[in-house]
Write a protein of this length. Structure first.
Length: 171
């Protein structure tokens, strides 16, 4: 039995397609009296739509607590595979605002050895994360998260500077 509700929608360009799709997504969510389930795909095709949905114009019209967003991939690709689309979905106005700072670590060691007959005595001083200034390694990007680990809260920072004194005796 054919679906009588099918029709073709023609638009002028990708920007208009993204706008039309955003309007349809918002309309479908609004029309659903219960909880809507929306599958996000990765890759480059839906990126304009995702950017548009992240703007205040659309974001304010979505009942976020009534939508279950999930990521789908039509290919059989492992989650960690470089071809997986899971890494491409982040709904924000400007992704640069959510980039974490570059992380760098500098470790240093000073060592002094003394030889007494056949015995070597070594003293060393290790400093780990010498340039560390509480570099943020992870933040919460789930809009529904609340409390101490709520949206935009720091979840992980680089280990603090560590100073270690050591000694070894080799014979």
């Amino acid at each position: 039995m054919a679906n009588d509700n099918r029709h073709v929608i023609a638009v002028a360009d990708p920007a208009e397609l993204a706008k039309m799709a955003a309007e349809r997504v918002v309309a479908r969510i609004s029309a659903n009296p219960g909880r809507a389930a929306i599958c996000l795909t990765g890759g480059s095709s839906p990126q304009q739509l995702y950017r548009l949905l992240a703007t205040d114009t659309y974001r304010s019209r979505i009942a976020w607590d009534h939508v279950h967003w999930f990521i789908g991939d039509d290919r059989f690709v492992a989650t960690g595979d470089p071809l997986s689309n899971n890494k491409s979905v982040l709904v924000v106005d400007n992704v640069t605002d959510f980039r974490l700072p570059s992380a760098s670590s500098l470790d240093a060691r000073i060592e002094k050895a003394f030889k007494i007959q056949r015995v070597n005595i070594l003293f060393d001083l290790d400093v780990f994360n010498l340039t560390n200034s509480a570099t943020v390694l992870g933040k919460q990007y789930n809009l529904r998260a609340t409390g101490a680990t709520g949206f935009d809260q720091v979840l992980e920072i680089m280990n603090p500077r560590i100073l270690r004194l050591g000694g070894r005796i080799n014979f």
